[in-house]
Ligand binder design. Structure first.
Ligand code: PMP
Length: 352
């Protein structure tokens, strides 16, 4: 067997664990079941799965363009935004060229860069767990092809403001693509945080990545979208897509989620999570955990060397959190009852 040596050196993607009888706060999912209208649309679509999907997701692309106020040519639907991240790297970076991102950030970035053969440039977050955009600018070289800015950042929940981002984008060379990963944008309540779509006209090298997995509750179906300032980039993302990877069921479920009544209901759930986030955050601070403010559907406990013990202590109490050994634990905001279960565990562990 001949396997690429790069794979041996590659970090493994560790998904949040599911443990029978325990509550799972490890994967930033929403805790609510799919809406009946969405399930009904999936059931209808299932009757046609002897056929291949529409490879261009035409109807969904048109619906998104209309909904977002952009041209159809700027939009590309993908098999989850993680797939769009991959397609983008493959579209812009050749082997030996550089993909930059903050660290710690979404743990798929290093894997995607390594698989595509690009070099990863990881720029440490500030002491406050926020993107260090000035340090990122300093690391740009002639080989830099793509920069991910994850806003809010996974796993820290921290954000960069519109002013900070605009200053950054003005300083990035125009031939470097910036991917603004807004997987959690619907949970943002801080008015200083930009809606990336409003920056596309000024910055043709910007691509906004979003997903139906989080706020829209379709994590299991795999559908997300990219909106590019420059339609050429959207087209290139289409060229690197695995054919037929966005299933008919995923396309139809996303369309059903964009129906006004469904979207209103889904975004009310998001409101409830944003309210719970503030409650959990305040309580964790009370308990003495040095949690940075979060604008996402999770909070970050930067526990350093104590992380693994904390996660094990939570698991003993039937609560599964996402531990990044040596760095911190990320805990998804869920229903009030599940959040209480976590807070009880956190209180016991703080006292022990
Ligand atoms: N970007 C970020 C920052 C994420 O946290 C995630 C999910 N963990 C994704 C992208 C990918 O989401 P999906 O592929 O489900 O759309």
């Amino acid at each position: 067997m001949s396997i690429r040596p790069a794979l041996a050196a590659m970090p493994a993607y560790i998904p949040g664990r599911t443990v029978a009888g325990a509550i799972k706060l490890a994967s930033n999912e929403v805790p609510y079941p799919p809406l009946p209208s969405v399930l009904a649309r999936i059931a209808d679509a299932a009757a046609g799965i002897n056929r291949y999907p529409d490879n261009a997701s035409t109807e969904l692309t048109q619906a998104l363009a209309a909904r977002l106020g952009v041209a159809v040519e700027q939009v590309r639907v993908g098999c989850g935004s993680v797939s769009l991240c991959t397609q983008l790297v493959q579209a812009v970076a050749d082997a030996d060229e550089e993909v930059m991102y903050a660290w710690r950030s979404f743990e798929a970035y290093p894997i995607i860069a390594a698989v595509s053969g690009a070099s990863s440039i990881q720029v440490p977050l500030t002491a406050g767990h926020v993107h260090d955009l000035d340090a990122m600018l300093e690391r740009i070289t002639g080989k830099t092809r793509l920069i991910f800015v994850c806003n809010p950042n996974n796993p820290t929940g921290t954000v960069v403001s519109r002013d900070e981002l605009v200053r950054f984008l003005r300083a990035v060379p125009t031939d470097v693509t910036v991917a603004l990963d807004e997987a959690y944008c619907e949970f943002v309540r801080d008015v200083e945080v930009p809606d990336g779509l409003t920056l596309l006209d000024e910055f043709p090298n910007l691509v906004v990545l979003r997903t139906f997995s989080k706020a829209y509750g379709l994590a299991g179906l795999r559908v997300g979208y990219a909106v590019a300032g420059d339609p050429t980039v959207a087209m290139a993302i289409g060229q690197t897509q695995v054919p037929f990877s966005v299933t008919t069921l995923a396309q139809q479920a996303a369309l059903a989620s964009l129906e006004p009544a469904a979207e209103t209901e889904l975004l009310e759930r998001v409101d409830a999570i944003a309210v719970e986030r503030e409650r959990v955050f305040a309580r964790l601070l009370d308990l003495g955990y040095p949690v940075p403010p979060s604008q996402a559907n999770f909070v970050w406990l930067p526990l350093g060397a104590a992380t693994t013990d904390f996660a094990a202590g939570c698991e003993d109490r039937r609560v599964i959190v996402r531990a990044f050994a040596g760095a911190g634990a990320r805990v998804t905001i869920s229903t009030p009852e599940e959040n209480d279960r976590f807070l009880e565990a956190a209180a016991e562990l703080a006292a022990s």
